[in-house]
Write a protein that binds this ligand. Structure first.
Ligand SMILES: Nc1ncnc2c1ncn2[C@@H]1O[C@H](COP(=O)(O)OP(=O)(O)OP(=O)(O)O)[C@@H](O)[C@H]1O
Ligand SMILES: [Mg+2]
Length: 282
């Protein structure tokens, strides 16, 4: 399926703390995931509150913020793994937590996740790693599963590596293999938690290109947690910035617009790698 910018309507302008979401002439696709008044907590400890945003079909949506502000926690809420302390997360118009477990499990299978620490199983070959979700959730026979695993590996440039073990390939290749596994069940939305952490700049760039390519060829929506500025500006179509201090979103909009227009100091500092603060200090 080819990604289409069909059925779009004009984007609404939103403003968060003076940081304009200036879609302007940009057109807007259908909402894919909608987050309303979300509060996330571990027990009584609130991580973030009053989160409101929409991830549109075909977006490459970036979640930014300092370490420990709750980005991975938000990802777990977006894929239905963690129940909100308050508010809701709608996947394609369906509230994850207002439906039966079986329906929630169906929605969760539409989400492919590359976890921050989500390593491949080291005792399994790449093909076997990809086969696991297929064995669990499909009725395909072993020959079909093997064929599908090879297809997924080819999508991430790993043709011929079916029988390699994770330790026998590079870090960048491991990330791509994990991406192939995340794509095993043909997800509608691909989630990446710090995909380029630990990669050299060229491998990180190749992973960005792969993300864009997959988004277009699979027609998927992509959600990426990252602090890699090069990635954020290269691939992000929309974004939010989670603030650890105020425990909520302090900016949202296309990353380049935020760089140009957002006056929120912590956002500016993040997007300019602290350069502006240093200039101000001198
Ligand atoms: N399972 C858990 N139980 C209790 N507290 C947790 C749990 N997981 C995370 N936390 C706390 O929630 C906060 C947010 O953690 P989270 O991992 O979501 O942050 P993050 O933004 O992804 O950080 P990083 O950039 O370092 O990956 C942290 O204070 C963390 O200690
Ligand atoms: Mg994290």
């Amino acid at each position: 399926m080819v990604f289409e910018w069909g059925a779009m309507d004009k984007r609404e302008d939103k403003s968060v703390n003076g940081c304009e979401n200036t879609g302007g002439e940009r057109e807007k696709a259908q909402p894919h995931i909608r987050v309303e008044n979300l509060t996330m907590a571990y027990g009584d400890f609130v991580i973030q509150r009053d989160l409101n945003f929409t991830i549109r079909r075909g977006d490459i949506f970036i979640i930014m913020g300092g370490s420990g502000c709750g980005k991975s926690t938000l990802l777990r809420h977006l894929v239905g793994l963690h129940r909100p302390a308050a508010g809701r997360v709608d996947f394609d118009g369906i509230d994850f937590w207002a439906v039966e477990d079986a329906e929630r499990a169906r929605l969760m299978r539409l989400c492919g996740v590359l976890y921050q620490r989500g390593a491949l199983w080291s005792s399994l070959t790449l093909a076997e790693n990809i086969a696991l979700p297929l064995q669990e959730y499909t009725r395909l026979n072993s020959a079909q599963i093997r064929e599908l695993a090879s297809l997924k590996l080819s999508l991430v440039g790993l043709t011929g590596f079916e029988d390699y073990y994770p330790a026998e390939i590079s870090g960048g290749m491991q990330k791509r293999a994990a991406l192939a596994r995340a794509m095993a069940l043909d997800p509608e939305v691909l989630f990446f938690d710090e995909p380029s952490a630990g990669l050299d700049p060229i491998s990180a760039r190749m992973l960005d290109d792969l993300i864009i390519e997959l988004r277009e060829s699979l027609g998927a929506t992509v959600v990426v947690v990252t602090h890699e500025l090069a990635s954020i500006f290269a691939i992000g179509s929309d974004s939010i910035f989670l603030d650890a201090e105020t425990k909520t979103i302090i900016a949202q909009g296309p990353p380049r617009d935020l760089l140009e227009q957002c006056s929120e100091p912590r956002v500016r500092q993040f997007l300019t790698r602290g350069e502006e603060k240093k200039k101000g200090d001198s």
